[in-house]
Design a protein around this ligand. Sequence first.
Ligand SMILES: [Fe+2]
Length: 467
Amino acid sequence: MPYVLLFFTLMSQSETRTVPLPPTSGGLKGKDPKKGGLVVGYLERSPYVQNVTKTALSFLWETPTYEKCVIKLTAASTGVEHTLTSGPSRHHEVRFTGLSPQTRYAYRVESIQGVWAGTVETAPGTDTPFSFLVFGDNRNGHQAHRNIIKAMTVEAASFFINTGDLTADGADKANYIRFLRIEAPLMKRIPLFPVVGNHENAFAGGGLAHWRRFFALPTDGPEKELVYSFVWGNSRFFFLDTNKPFVGSRQAKWFREQLQATAFDAKVKHIFVFVHQSPYTSGPHGPHQGIHEAGLVDDMRRFGVDMTFAAHDHIYERGRVDGLNYIVTGGGGAPTYFVRTHKPFSILAEPTYHYCRLNVQGDTVEFSAHHSDGSLIDFFTIKKVRDGDNPRIEVLSEHRKGLHVAPSAPKLPVPPKESPPAQMENEPEPQTLPRSRFGSPIPYVLGLLGSLVLISAFAWSRLRRRR
Ligand SMILES: [Fe+2]
């Protein structure tokens, strides 16, 4: 009988799910301006903007066949044109330099497939207010990911940040193609600055060729495009790779030196730090120990980091520990986790899909977190104060909802075991609640029904024989 039950159970689970790739976007239908032919309108990756600075920006796209493409930038205010040619290639990457700060440019990519067009804007000067968005850990939660992107698309932001685990497996190109197509509504006009997560296969390195191919990121750090920083307005943004050991590492040394230099740079008022695994969290993965052991959390506090952002735990959380504000924003699409232990320093923690918006203006930073329908989860406003050489963060206002206690926490799905490269050597596997082998009751029901049918048939045949 157990075999019968197993057979029906396995049969009921054997469905395969395929999700079609979303279409490319941004193509202009009509006649090819060069050849007069019909525009096919297909690109593997439609043009997206990367690594925007005050005077430079990059574009990347992928054509289905080898070809030369022409891309033109035209300054909206002056009409000044910049033209570059790429290829012959399928993967196209160009970088415009010598641009004007805080200037809107119209772009136009001409391919034999058609014409792709849009607008982008270069970074502003030091004192210009700006907004940016943060979310993370979308992995393969495509529909939830689309919903978040749709909500973020209506926000007026200069750029957005993904706190890691952009893909379920970074070694699989199809994952990146899908990711880029879902994010195309944003990426065609503002740059994405991503954090490398464990699912990007950072530890083993297998997915990093894709990472470097599909993104053009700053190269000022010790590990090209993985550990980097940039300045936008009056703020500096640091991106670290928490998939690797920290103690005694090149990135720890670089980060400490840069933090110290930034703390005494009068042009930089705010410092934001982005990692995949958080120094503090109430989620099941627990805090990243290496960043503490390397002394970097103390350094962040000492040198006046305004906020740290992370993912890895698929929850929303905001907390403050000895003046250091931390955000866990891992609700970008992957299945949400439960809040495991409500830490005393946690201000608000809940498993929900969400994104964060930040408005930076002078000394103040307004933070808010939103559900994927745009509704408000949380907010707080801080002010950066300098007491001589000691930077300090003052909280001007904040939403205190109280600690959220999930009533059904033991029944919520627990995080699946991360891929082996995911875990730091010094990071223990999260202790999780016993997980049901099957996510759905349907297999049980089908198995039970099948068993009942067989038992009935067996009993009926025995009865008939006796008669
Ligand atoms: Fe992760």
